[in-house]
Design a protein. Structure first.
Length: 372
């Protein structure tokens, strides 16, 4: 009998792609998902894109009975279930703490009673806060969170203690975690809880720090989804992408198929056990550059990005992945480059309908005093 893998949050964007990959590799897949409205829309229906061979369990990861039932006969677990939005986490504090921290704790207590051969937990690049930088001497250095008075002056770039300019570098896993949002803090807790209790109870555990994931099946009507999907939603509704700050902040965008590959590798590679590893593309792109590439892919080059010159509390300036350890411990090598992937993604996007709710989301941030 083939191995059974439980994916929490498995009806979502990343989970469904992972399910496809695991099934293609001969594994059986069970999904536990609560089908939240913000992601899946009204009605709580299982998405059409989910492979019919997936065993489906409707339930909340915070519910002990649902988790224990889903774990029955499972050989391994990939824990993707989480509330995942930086800005929203800063005012829905109890919700994010409950879903991410408590949900992980409930899962871990169930695993203590019924261990599996491997646990893989989704962490996030957001736990780093700012990425790594180099000073004028070329030496790597960590920088503190940007000060409010600096941001109010619209001085977006971090600087050294004497005001010296800094250059962003690829961020390795040993960079100090300095979470700057409730979401980031909850992901750090998820990661540490799983690695700590995995070691204590001899459950081989791997944490994967996802960078900015994009691809088909990402919710286009969710105003809190990934920035690439938000840009696409606006363009498909005849509106220009809206860019925070000056648009020159840099991120690492990774294809969801590469993320699914990393999860599969983490289920099998012994060298990865006990480690937290970056999963990205190893490349960096400015947000303004990405907005233009999405517009080009959708044949909307006439819609130039709107640079808002405003700041969302909890955001960081630059962060992109150093993949040295992922290559060594996971054997991970990203297969997809953004420009080529956007061409494929455009075909899927053209067939989608979506509501552009980004303005309403920013309005809520403004009401909360988090949009400056």
């Amino acid at each position: 009998m083939s191995e059974r893998v439980l994916i929490t949050g498995g009806a979502g964007f990343i989970g469904s792609h992972l399910a496809d990959r695991l099934i293609a590799g001969g594994r059986r897949v069970r999904v536990l998902d609560s089908l939240v409205e913000q992601v899946h829309g009204e009605g709580g229906m299982w998405p059409d894109y989910l492979d019919p061979r997936v065993e489906r369990r409707l339930g909340d990861v915070r519910d002990r009975a649902s988790v224990e039932a889903a774990l029955e006969d499972a050989d391994a677990v990939v824990h993707l279930s989480a509330a995942v939005v930086v800005g929203q986490s800063m005012y829905e504090v109890a919700h994010y703490t409950a879903v991410n921290n408590l949900g992980t704790a409930v899962l871990l207590e169930a695993l203590i009673r019924r261990p599996v051969r491997r646990l893989v937990v989704a962490s996030s690049m957001s736990i780093y806060g700012e990425g790594l930088y180099a000073g004028p001497d070329g030496q790597p250095r960590e920088v503190p969170e940007r000060r409010l008075e600096q941001l109010q002056r619209r001085q977006w770039e971090p600087v050294g203690p004497e005001g010296e300019p800094l250059v962003p570098l690829p961020t390795p896993e040993d960079k100090l975690a300095v979470p700057s949002s409730v979401y980031a803090l909850s992901k750090e807790d998820q990661e540490r809880l799983c690695l700590m209790l995995g070691a204590a109870y001899h459950i081989p555990t791997v944490a994967l720090r996802f960078f900015n994931v994009y691809g088909p099946r990402q919710s286009l009507s969710n105003p809190y989804t990934g920035v690439l999907a938000i840009f696409a939603s606006r363009l498909l509704n005849g509106r220009a992408p809206a860019v925070y700050e000056d648009g020159l902040q840099r991120r690492d965008f990774v294809d969801v198929r590469d993320v699914a590959l990393a999860c599969e590798l983490a289920l099998d590679r012994e060298e990865a056990v006990g480690h937290a590893l970056n999963v990205g593309s190893g490349r960096s792109y400015s947000i303004l550059e990405v907005a233009r590439q999405v517009a080009e892919a959708l044949d909307r080059e006439d819609m130039a990005p709107e640079v808002l010159g405003k700041y969302r509390v909890g955001d960081i300036r630059h962060c992109f992945a150093d993949l040295t350890r992922a290559r060594s411990y996971l054997g991970y090598e990203p297969q997809f480059e953004l420009a080529a992937s956007l061409g494929e993604l455009a075909g899927w996007l053209q067939g989608q309908s979506c509501d552009d709710r980004a303005d309403a989301a920013r309005g809520e941030l403004d009401r909360q005093g988090l949009w400056l």
